[in-house]
Ligand binder design. Structure first.
Ligand SMILES: [Ca+2]
Length: 247
């Protein structure tokens, strides 16, 4: 959050170039020829596999945009009202920097036509040791301790990063998994959004996944042996006290 506020302040000083870039955002891809056989290894980590997943587990490509600040998000349906436990996000890269600092970002789907609208939250994160394309890395970010309860409705989840500072970094894309979730990109901190699929028809899904739980269910605790043991001890002590009083 602090990073975004700081960057927003800076962006006011240099607003014009990015605002113009927004209206003509063109994706930069690792394999511009698009569709073909899967070239990456299967995602090694089981992270988020039991959560909300829109990709097929194999990345065919990567995508970024030539803007200073880039938000790229994918819509998650049916997660409104749930608590975010973990987000998994896949990065790949060309030679250069191996680590990327980014923010996980959350937006409500209350913009025009259901596109991203109200900003919800962001969390600074780092993906260290991003593999060279065609290898990819699925990085899990544990958010359980933040107790982020999402507002009602559909939610956009994705990443914000300084795309020109990390111009060798790409979000992994699935191009043959059949995903249909809306995907949007913004070069001006979410003021204007571009439908990424309109400029990149080969894109099926971003490899962004999430684990969510119902906060009502999360607060239910199954009694543990320790709890039962303490209860038994209390009963025994109570019985002993009663016996001593009566004797
Ligand atoms: Ca795939």
């Amino acid at each position: 959050m602090f990073l975004r506020i700081a960057i927003f302040a800076l962006s006011l000083l240099a607003w014009a170039p990015d605002f113009q870039a927004q209206s003509q955002m063109v994706p930069m891809k690792l394999r511009p020829e698009a569709r073909g056989p899967a070239v990456s290894q299967p995602v090694a980590s089981p992270q988020c596999q039991s959560g909300v997943v829109y990709d097929d587990g194999m990345a065919e490509n990567g995508i970024t945009f030539d803007v200073s600040m880039l938000d790229m998000v994918q819509r998650f349906d049916g997660v409104g009202g749930l608590r975010v436990d973990q987000i998994c996000i896949c990065w790949t890269r060309l030679p250069g920097l191996a680590d990327i600092d980014f923010d996980l970002v959350f937006y409500r789907a209350d913009g025009p036509g259901g596109q991203p609208g109200t900003f919800i939250a962001s969390f600074p994160a780092t993906a260290a040791g991003v593999p060279l394309f065609p290898d990819v890395g699925l990085f899990g970010i544990d958010l359980a301790s933040f107790d982020l309860i999402l507002p009602p409705g559909d939610i956009y989840v994705g990443a914000f990063w300084m795309a020109r500072s990390f111009d060798n970094m790409f979000l992994c894309t699935d191009e043959d998994g059949g995903g249909v979730q809306p995907i949007f990109a913004s070069g001006d901190l979410g003021l204007n959004w571009s439908d990424v699929r309109l400029v990149d028809p080969s894109l099926d899904a971003l490899m962004i996944r999430g684990d969510f739980t119902d906060p009502a269910l999360a607060s239910f605790e199954i009694p543990t042996l320790e709890t039962l043991g303490l209860l038994t001890l209390a009963l025994l002590l109570g019985a002993a006290a009663l016996w001593r009083l009566r004797s």
